[in-house]
Ligand binder design. Structure first.
Ligand SMILES: [Zn+2]
Ligand SMILES: [Zn+2]
Length: 646
């Protein structure tokens, strides 16, 4: 008999050889119907794997990430089978599950495929799935495995197998198909009710451009047709909200091959928007006791050797800049922290003067391979809303709470109410990994957890996820399409104060090391604006949006009045523009809608007579003819409903 411990801590006794599916059935028939994958003693197993020792078992359904992973990986086998049948002689390589779906990298040889071939492959894959073929794992000797793929002339699988230890090699069979595979499958192909191929792309074997190029086929599958339909709708919506597309349409930013890839250029509307975001944060930071500092875009190599960033970024960084006469060596700034440490070092501090909170919208540069660049989310130059707090160990608690308050204020004002947090702490089994005293670590971790609890955050604690130099808290935001984005980090640091020999004079008149907190509520301006664009679909909060209103004169006759309206709005600090083109009001409204302008103010004969404006809200709601004062009140009320005072 063996003892199986379930996630709720309960222990059940079974005969040796019991399978995860048997355990599920023992719990309930309903669970057994839904179980698609399992983990036993930290290893993913098949639902039919016999369990021969005591251990803890987790059962996964479609609702679990690991359940989806098994589902999608299993689907990649089915797609590979369909492709192998339809394109004889292709060579399969690897087919993993990814965050949304799966891919298979295939050497198509003389065949080639494009999106128009997808329906045929999908049709065959679904036919195979309907056969309800069980996935069966079997061990093979290294020799047999190598021979199997040598016979098929598949040098890729041969290479993979060559790197494996004999005795650890397994094949997975279903229907007439066999693949080299470590395992982690759903019970049978029949669970796959809907399947769609999404795209094809080139991919180098093992990600190395010196290797042959393969074709990567992306797909996704679901246990219900309805779920596929919903997913495809979401994809469509995500395409419409792609920040690169919206950024172009709303004239916020651009890229120029001449300037260089990964280096965004901010257009006037985008620059103004960014400026407003900066002002918003600067105002709150001022109230929270931050002081602005400014540091250069480059620093001596030695600075980053001292900070340790050279070891981390040096290799993969841009080449150093040499001065022509003095032979000095400079690097583009990858992080603002070293500069801020030296700002702290500019004068001695006593404990009474701490905390010091230095903030800077600091632009940093990091080399990214051209293939990795993506719109504003992966760039080579970006501006962090950075700040570093230097405080005593005793002040850490309060400072952490203050930073959480500021972060929550930022998220709330920008319409993000769906977020969670992760607190990353040490791995207690590996104390040698971390610098700083155990006592300080304990206090810092407790300070973060206390602060998160007190502020009512929905958070989880992850052991072993802390950096070697200190614990941290990360905010994860869910956007309107349900996608997760990692946002601002609050990081405790015992390392840099040590490396830069930062000190303060304590009440005992001795010198002590301050603790440092790194924090950036937006993360970077670039990435944050990308997220904001995709979250709002370009319909920014009213306080932030580039143009809050557009005045549409019905004809040339009313242009003068339109200008008068524009002046009054300007006096009331409402950002409005006039569309005086010789076009119909209908056309102007349609364009204003496309440009996501929140209010359209139509002015004609009757408005001019009464001194009013006819207000139409973005999306179509008619607010009727009102006075400019009434409109100003409306705008103010709406802004105050999202933008609270800090
Ligand atoms: Zn597999
Ligand atoms: Zn920093």
């Amino acid at each position: 008999m063996i003892n199986i411990t379930l996630p709720d801590g309960s222990v059940k006794t079974f005969n040796e050889g019991v399978t995860p599916m048997d355990v599920a059935r023992d719990i309930s028939e309903g669970l057994a119907r839904n179980v698609i994958s399992a983990k036993f003693n930290d290893q993913i197993v098949e639902t039919v794997t016999p369990l021969n020792q005591d251990g803890s078992l987790t059962l996964y359904t479609w609702r679990d990430d690991l359940g989806k992973k098994a589902f999608w990986h299993s689907s990649s086998h089915v797609v590979a089978q369909a492709i192998e049948e339809l394109y004889p002689g292709v060579k399969l390589t690897i087919g993993p599950a990814i965050e949304n779906g799966f891919y298979y990298d295939i050497d198509f040889g003389e065949h080639s495929i494009s999106e128009k071939d997808f329906p045929m492959i999908e049709k065959r894959a679904i036919e195979i799935a309907r056969g309800k073929h069980p996935y069966k794992m079997r061990e093979v000797s290294k020799e047999d495995a190598l021979n199997y793929y040598k016979k098929q002339d598949n040098e890729y699988k041969v290479e993979l197998i060559s790197n494996l230890e004999d005795g650890t090699i397994t094949f997975c069979d279903h229907d007439s198909f066999t693949d080299l595979c470590r395992g982690g499958h759903i019970p049978n192909t029949g669970y796959i009710k809907a399947l769609k191929l999404l795209s094809v792309a080139g991919a180098y074997w093992r990600g190395d451009e010196k290797n042959p190029q393969l074709t990567r086929v992306y797909g996704i599958s679901f246990p219900k047709q309805k779920e596929l339909t919903e997913y495809l709708e979401l994809l469509e919506e995500a395409k419409k909200r792609d920040h690169r597309k919206l950024g172009r349409e709303l004239e916020l930013f651009t890229f120029s091959q001449k300037v260089g890839q990964g280096l965004p250029l901010w257009l006037p509307k985008g620059a103004a928007l960014r400026e407003r975001l900066e002002q918003f944060l600067k105002k709150a930071q001022k109230k929270a006791g931050y002081e602005m500092v400014i540091s250069p875009h480059i620093g001596q190599k030695e600075l980053y050797v001292t900070s340790g960033h050279y070891a981390k970024y040096g290799e993969d960084s841009f080449q150093p800049i040499h001065t022509p006469k003095e032979d000095e060596e400079f690097l583009l700034k990858p992080m603002n922290c070293p500069h801020h440490c030296e700002i702290y070092n500019a004068k001695p501090f006593s404990y009474r003067e701490l905390p010091k909170r230095y903030a800077e919208f600091g632009t940093v540069y990091r080399y990214e391979q051209s293939g990795e660049l993506h719109g504003l989310t992966r760039v080579r130059g970006f501006t962090q809303d950075d700040a570093h707090i230097f405080c005593t160990q005793e002040q850490l608690d309060q400072e952490f709470k203050n930073v959480i308050d500021l972060s929550l204020y930022v998220l709330g004002s920008l319409g993000f109410d769906n977020f969670t947090a992760q607190v990353s702490v040490r791995d207690l089994d590996k104390p040698e990994k971390y610098i700083g005293s155990v006592d300080n670590w304990e206090k810092a971790e407790q300070a973060i957890i206390n602060a998160a609890e007190e502020k009512g955050l929905d958070f989880k604690v992850e052991a072993g996820e802390a950096a070697f130099y200190g614990p941290k808290l990360d905010f994860m935001v869910k956007d309107a399409l349900g996608r997760n984005w990692q946002l601002g980090t609050i990081q405790v640091d015992y390392n840099l104060p040590e490396r830069f020999e930062l000190t303060y004079k304590g009440s005992d008149n001795e010198l002590h090391r301050p603790v440092m907190i790194h924090r950036a509520p937006f993360g970077s301006m670039e990435r944050f604006i990308a997220l904001l664009l995709e979250h709002t679909g370009g319909n920014f909060p009213l306080w932030l949006t580039p143009d809050q209103a557009i005045i549409l004169p019905v004809s040339e006759k009313h242009e003068k009045y339109a200008e008068k309206v524009s002046k009054s709005l300007e006096n009331n600090e409402i950002r409005a523009l006039i569309d005086a083109r010789n076009e119909t009001v209908g056309k102007k409204i349609r364009e204003a809608e496309m440009n996501k302008i929140p209010f359209m103010l139509i002015v004609g004969e009757s408005e001019e007579e009464k001194g009013t404006i006819s207000v139409r809200r973005h999306g179509g709601e008619d607010l009727g003819s009102i006075s400019i004062d009434e409109f100003t009140d409306l705008v103010e009320t709406e802004i105050n409903s999202t933008l609270k005072t800090f």
